[in-house]
Write a protein that binds this ligand. Structure first.
Ligand SMILES: [Zn+2]
Length: 167
């Protein structure tokens, strides 16, 4: 479906929810992950919830999340706006913390304009041995992969400092 038709369909089909997503928003998501059915951390089933269950009130422009139903598990992940497509894999507390650390190490690479965002991802994919850069998303990574992001960014920074030192 082309974007003009998708936009027209969206206008005609009423309020958007994860169950009535925007077709044009879906078309813009490049490497959609399937909606999670079971939690990768505890194996319990996953349901779609208002993110008020997580944050205490609805948060953001698309206040939905996939959440684990496991009693002792707090894994969840948000969705691409106007879709039912997860932003990444379901994250438990340690995974969320590890992803935060990875983003804090990685984002300055392209935010500082030393390279473009896609150049930065191409470099990261190579550093982690990920063949398809389309599969290189911090939101898809587990704790170990996040740790490798932090290490790769640190050694890149050290390398840069060495190179810029006068001999
Ligand atoms: Zn779980």
């Amino acid at each position: 479906m082309n974007h003009a038709i998708a936009d027209a369909f969206d206008k005609a089909s009423g309020a958007k929810t994860p169950w009535n997503p925007s077709r044009s928003a879906i078309a813009r998501v490049k490497n959609p992950l399937p909606a999670p059915v079971t939690c990768p951390h505890c194996g319990a089933s996953v349901e779609i919830v208002s993110n008020a269950l997580i944050y205490g009130r609805e948060y953001g422009e698309w206040p939905w999340a996939f959440m684990c139903t496991g009693k002792f598990c707090d894994s969840y992940v948000g969705m691409h706006p106007l879709t039912g497509i997860p932003l990444g894999t379901l994250a438990d507390g340690p995974t969320r913390e590890a992803r935060k650390r990875a983003k804090a190490a990685f984002n300055p690479l392209w935010q500082a304009k030393a390279m473009t965002r896609s150049e930065a991802y191409a470099w990261l994919a190579q550093a982690l041995g990920i063949v398809n850069v389309g599969e290189c998303h911090i939101g898809w990574f587990d704790v170990d992969q996040c740790q490798r992001v932090v290490e790769a960014c640190a050694s890149r920074r050290n390398q840069g400092e060495k190179n810029s030192c006068p001999a």
